[in-house]
Ligand binder design. Structure first.
Ligand code: AKG
Length: 271
């Protein structure tokens, strides 16, 4: 389905940079809006190696033109497409494994600036999930649009999860950045089904805007969000979606250590 920002009332992402040194205000903003946006938070030395690695893989899978200079945009290879739903294309699944286990990805998702923001939002230290996403959205591919949804509809066991959305390429509106509905986390929204998400009324205001590598959007598990369709001529939209939760979350399903002795009711002797 084609999701175009010009069909909805929009407001620019509110930049929370000025609140970084004011933890109480930052937390209050997150609680009120259900999201935080920071322009230029992450330095290029953290982002560029991830994009370089992902870019080589995407070119190798035949989706993009090679980008040996690792410029902050990627061009689609003519005729490129995903199989199936996209997320079940074996090449896409392989890309997830490769990117999300790469040392540069690890350095990025454990960046002290991200961990500090999330520590303030959650009121305690956070841990990163073991399953995250690297989204590759090809232009002219509306059936792979991320439709409006609340993550807790799919992950009801993770109410304390917060996600960090990290664009790896320049993402003007026509390339399909993330959008969130401020304040939408205070109610349960009806989802049509698992594939079609929420029918958000046309008068609901979306916060969104053009974003660049280094910017991040942080949003809670109940915050309604989507990503606009990539309607650009040739630019591919590449972004990471990284999940965090308070480190003391019991019965976590987001982290591999759920099977560690002593967690989930498994005693250290295995009984
Ligand atoms: O980058 C996108 O398309 C958005 C991804 C998203 O909404 C999610 O992973 O929950």
């Amino acid at each position: 389905m084609l999701l175009r920002p010009e069909k909805y009332p929009l407001t620019p992402f509110e930049d929370a940079t000025s609140l970084r040194e004011k933890p109480e205000l930052l937390r209050a903003r997150a609680e009120e809006s259900g999201y935080l946006y920071f322009a230029d938070l992450i330095p290029a030395y953290r982002i560029d190696p991830v994009r370089a690695f992902e870019g080589r893989l995407s070119a190798g899978y035949g989706w993009t033109e090679p980008n040996p200079e690792n410029r902050p945009f990627q061009h689609v290879r003519q005729g490129a497409c995903f199989d199936g739903h996209g997320w079940d294309d074996p090449r896409f699944i392989q890309l997830q494994r490769q990117v999300c286990t790469h040392p540069a990805f690890r350095s990025l998702v454990l960046d002290e600036r991200i961990l500090r923001v999330l520590g303030i939002v959650c009121g305690e230290a956070v841990a990163v999930a073991t399953m995250n996403q690297c989204w590759v959205k090809l232009p002219g591919d509306p059936e792979h649009t991320t439709l409006p949804h609340q993550d807790n509809f799919y992950l009801p066991a993770c109410p304390r999860m917060w996600s960090v959305w990290i664009p790896l390429v320049d993402t003007p509106l026509e390339v399909g950045p993330l959008a969130v509905v401020p304040g939408s986390h205070n109610k349960v929204w009806r989802h049509r089904d698992h594939l079609h998400g929420i029918d958000v009324p046309r008068d609901v205001v979306w916060a969104t805007g053009p974003v660049h590598p280094g910017d991040i959007v942080v949003y809670g598990a109940a915050t309604v969000h989507c990503a606009w369709s990539n309607v650009s001529k040739s630019n591919v939209r590449v972004a990471l979606d990284v999940r965090y939760e308070p480190v003391r979350t019991t019965d976590s399903i987001l982290r591999a250590d759920v099977w560690a002795p002593g967690s989930c009711g498994i005693a250290s002797d295995g009984t």
